[in-house]
Design a protein around this ligand. Structure first.
Ligand code: TXA
Ligand code: MG
Length: 350
């Protein structure tokens, strides 16, 4: 397939280029586009064949449902059976933005889009290019993250080009995304509402609107829960670079000491070692490929760098990544969720 890469300035959108991409969506094609969280791979959510092509392009298992993106709250009504009362204040507070809401689907959404489920995941992104693309196409756009299945989500067009060039019709390049981790997912078909995936909207923020919430037990890891996760996608190996990732968790001094010890042991065995450090610790390692994920006091910086950093280790040919854990509070909960999955829950407590 021939892929066109179109550059669009998010602060000054060239409407001719954007309308071209919207036409490709209308004709059932595949368009990768930026959102504020990660790049998405979009197609007409109401068109079964188009949705099917998303799974093909990504190599995604067909039971892993797609998120449907809208550009205004009133586009929600025809996509769901009914709008639960508690969803209204959620939309008011967090849309547009990185919150995905699970509701009962209406009949116009094909089951291909929802991976066979009777529920549908919906979100209204805040990125100006995403919003304009949805508005101009006049359609709800189904879009998973625009990576090959299993790889870290793309936070810049270069990642999308690396994974999907030749497999999609159009890739819109609008620079780096803002948040860097996928949206928070909340299931509003159950009572109390359940957090299925932590993300840019924190649990505390959700609780301010919803009161008490449940958390999918599967988020604590395969050793804690024997039930599969409620978001089908969370069960798959994910976010994985080619290297084996090991997370080291504990007081910062002990973490640094143990990473240095493990790094020496692995390099003596002939392995190329990479270290995921932070601004606070990056000086404390030498002789290895060290990447600072960001500032521990500004965890948003770590969120926005995480997937790029995982891909950088691949580019460097690193075989073992030793990663410092961060505090699993607020956005840190989402960071540690993605890191744990990248590591296949290979965590050493020190
Ligand atoms: O930030 C995001 O959410 C990005 C951007 C592109 O919007 N999209 C994204 O999509 O992360 P994806 O496909 O990588 O992740 C969607 C997750 C999967 O874990 C999937 O299983 C879950 O949402 N999901 C979708 N529909 C669902 C449903 N009806 N019930 C439960 N989980 C659902
Ligand atoms: Mg994904």
């Amino acid at each position: 397939m021939k892929t066109e890469v179109i550059t669009i300035d998010k602060d000054n959108i060239d409407m001719d280029k954007l309308k071209y991409a919207a036409d490709v969506i209308k004709q059932g094609g595949l368009v990768a586009f930026p959102t504020e969280t990660v790049y998405g791979l979009g197609a007409n959510a109401l068109n079964e064949a188009a949705a099917h092509n998303i799974y093909e392009a990504k190599g995604r298992p067909s039971d892993n449902p797609l998120i449907v993106h809208i550009s205004a709250p009133d586009e929600l009504r025809r996509l769901v059976k009914s709008i639960p009362a508690k969803v209204v204040p959620l939309m008011d507070r967090f849309w547009p933005g990185p919150l995905t809401i699970i509701m009962e689907k209406s009949d116009i959404i094909p089951k291909t889009t929802t991976g066979g489920l009777d529920t549908v995941a919906i979100r209204m992104p805040s990125h100006p290019v995403a919003m304009a693309l949805i508005r101009e196409s006049g359609l709800p756009i189904a879009a998973p993250s625009a990576n090959l299945s299993g790889k870290p989500s793309p936070t810049m067009a270069q990642h999308v080009i690396h994974d999907l060039y030749g497999r999609v019709d159009v890739i819109i390049d609008a620079g780096n995304v803002n948040i860097g981790l996928e949206s928070t997912i909340v299931d509003m078909t159950v009572n109390p509402p359940m957090l299925l995936r932590p993300g840019g909207i924190t649990l505390h923020q959700l609780e301010e609107v919803l009161g008490d919430m449940a958390i999918d037990p599967a988020l604590s890891g395969p050793n804690i829960s024997d039930k599969p996760p409620k978001a089908p996608g969370m069960k798959y190996k994910h976010y994985s670079p080619e290297a084996d990732v090991i997370i080291i968790e504990g007081s910062l001094d002990r973490v640094v000491e143990n990473i240095n010890r493990l790094a020496r042991e692995y390099s003596q065995k002939g392995k190329k070692v990479g270290i995921m450090a932070t601004e606070q610790t990056k000086q404390k390692y030498s002789g290895f490929t060290v990447i600072s994920m960001g500032d521990r006091n500004i965890p948003e910086t770590i969120a926005s760098n995480l997937f790029t950093d995982l891909r950088k280790f691949d580019e460097e040919g690193v075989e073992i990544v030793l990663a410092e854990a961060v505090d699993a509070e607020d956005i840190g909960l989402a960071i540690m969720n993605r890191m744990n999955k990248a590591a296949g829950y290979n965590i050493i407590k020190v």
